[in-house]
Design a binder for this molecule. Structure first.
Ligand code: 5GP
Length: 190
């Protein structure tokens, strides 16, 4: 997505540890006009009218998923990062290792909001090693729901997540795939 790539080049900042900061427009301060275009692009890439729900994970995915959902006319449900592992029977749960915070979270999702009748589009801001997405996929599988696809705003193509998800046969669309990044340069796939 040209607009997004231009914005990453203009305002993205590379931090030590392979972290790309895009907090001036995507996941802290949010440029709604840009995210609106992102939502439209996800709709173009996932035109199926069978999608019943958009699933994301707190916190950064929520705003993006909500804006995108206006083009799908389906509810957004988000996995919550649980503080404790006291899980009752009313939730699906899985574990996610956070790339940016270097710790493992239990994530939970109420059984009320996802079931075997659902066809799910997963949306998130970043794909790095794939832990967040694999955690969400596990929740969908536990619910007996179907995965229509996964839409990612920025994939870091030099990390392993994209390959893992594509190897599962999941329809993965990333709007910008970063091939390499250093303090002074950043390149995209294609
Ligand atoms: P993964 O689970 O694929 O390793 O990492 C994905 C999650 O980590 C995303 O939900 C995102 O919040 C965070 N993340 C991974 N890499 C980056 C990055 O380079 N920059 C930012 N801002 N977040 C990242």
């Amino acid at each position: 997505m040209k607009l997004l790539k231009e914005r990453i080049l203009k305002d993205g900042v590379v931090k030590p540890g392979n972290v790309l900061k895009v907090d001036s427009f995507l996941n802290h301060q949010m440029d709604i006009d840009l995210i609106n275009e992102i939502g439209k692009e996800f709709r173009r890439l996932f035109p199926s009218d069978k999608i019943t729900k958009i699933l994301t994970i707190e916190a950064s995915g929520i705003g993006i998923a909500c804006i995108a959902a206006q083009y799908f006319h389906v509810p957004v449900v988000f996995a919550k990062k649980a503080q404790s592992i006291n899980i009752d029977g009313e939730v699906y749960h899985s574990k996610v290792e956070s790339f940016t915070h270097k710790r493992t979270y239990d994530v939970i999702l109420s059984k009320k909001f996802l079931g075997p009748e659902d066809r799910v589009l997963i949306i998130d801001d970043f794909l790095a090693n794939g832990c967040a997405l694999l955690g969400l996929i596990s929740l969908v599988n536990d619910a007996g729901a179907a995965i229509e696809g996964a839409g990612i705003v920025i994939e870091k193509g030099f990390q392993s997540g994209g390959q893992k998800i594509r190897d599962l046969g999941i329809h993965l669309e990333s709007l910008a795939i970063v091939d390499s990044m250093t303090d002074t340069s950043l390149t995209f796939a294609e």
